[in-house]
Design a binder for this molecule. Structure first.
Ligand code: HEM
Length: 293
């Protein structure tokens, strides 16, 4: 193993000498990004469960959950607790983006093939992908972030804006009531509850399907836990990025060691627990919403 964590086998593979049975891994997410995703995931789960118990407080399952954790007052306490941590994580991410983009001159964060900012290519990929679904064209060559990955990313910004502001408005109602009519706070509750329901359904149905359950990733994509993907996955899922890394001679700079077994098992365990509990909440909220009780 070399000092930068690159395995000798992986390096030999790039140099084209020996091909071993174990796959070559490339880095996709930094440790900081993985931690941040972990915090956002954990707090979102907490907010979703406590929020839905508040939203459907008239139903039997919500009563049972509330009783189990000490009542609705306790539920609201944990909701606010998770909200504060999620807000801090979100602000850290914004600060990190701003610092790297503005002070460290990493303009690629704001625009270009490695940026989360949508480009014309994303629209073209979306169109091409739907054509591919119905056998009318080839599969688009996705870059570092596919259009649906960017959509998922920006959905969090949108959600944090709408859900976050309305949530803090309700939490600190007397303060906000100094600036806006009281009726706006009732509207805030309505917006908060409906947008949160949309966010829960979106994350537990679309995001989980896109990342873990679609063909090619099923049953679990471990990249957000290990931070690495195999060469085959990189070529298959992000062919445009792979090609660019090869052409610019940067492929070697993202070589990574194989993820440890404990890390993969940790990712599998957390992933299964989160996806399954998300699915349970999805079913409970859908049934309660459409049955009305
Ligand atoms: C980041 C900031 C957030 C803050 C500050 C916040 C704050 C609050 C507060 C104070 C309430 C209680 C309102 C009342 O007094 O009845 C509430 C309710 C609720 N929250 Fe949040 N929340 C946040 C994020 C979220 C998220 C991410 C979700 C779910 C995805 C969520 C889902 C809900 C739901 C469903 C309710 C119940 C609404 C209803 O009764 O119709 N919240 N939130």
């Amino acid at each position: 193993m070399s000092p930068n964590g690159t395995s000798d086998r992986a390096r030999r593979r790039v140099e084209g000498t020996a091909v071993a049975a174990e796959p070559t891994y490339y880095s996709r997410f930094t440790l900081g990004q993985r931690y941040l995703h972990g915090v956002i995931m954990a707090t979102f789960m907490g907010l979703a469960f406590t929020g839905m118990v508040l939203r459907f407080s008239h139903s039997g399952w919500a009563h049972a959950v509330a009783l189990g954790v000490g009542g609705f007052t306790a539920i609201l306490f944990w909701h606010k607790f998770c909200a504060v941590i999620l807000t801090v994580a979100f602000l850290i991410h914004l600060g990190d983006m701003g610092y790297r983009g503005i002070f460290q001159g990493q303009r690629g964060i704001f625009w270009g093939p490695n940026s989360m900012v949508p480009r014309l290519k994303d629209l073209q990929d979306l169109y091409g992908h739907f054509r591919w679904f119905v056998w009318l064209g080839p599969r688009p060559k996705f870059d570092r972030f596919a259009y649906w990955e960017k959509f998922d990313y920006w959905a969090v910004f949108w959600g944090m804006g709408i859900i976050g502001i309305s949530g803090y408005a309700m939490w600190f109602a007397p303060f906000f009531a100094r600036f806006v009519p009281g009726s706006w706070l009732n509207i805030a509750l309505l917006i908060h509850g409906e947008e949160a329901l949309l966010a829960v359904w979106f994350i537990f149905a679309i995001h989980f399907f896109n990342t873990h359950l679609r063909p090619g990733s099923f049953p679990m994509d471990l990249v957000i836990f290990t931070g690495r993907m195999t060469e085959e996955e990189l070529k298959e899922k992000h062919p445009e990025e792979y090609q660019r890394l090869v052409e610019t001679g940067q492929l070697q700079s993202v070589l990574a060691s194989s993820p440890q077994l404990w890390l993969k098992n940790f990712g599998r365990t957390v992933g299964v627990v989160v996806v399954l509990s998300g699915f349970v909440l999805l079913v409970l909220t859908l049934v309660t919403f459409f049955r009305g009780r």
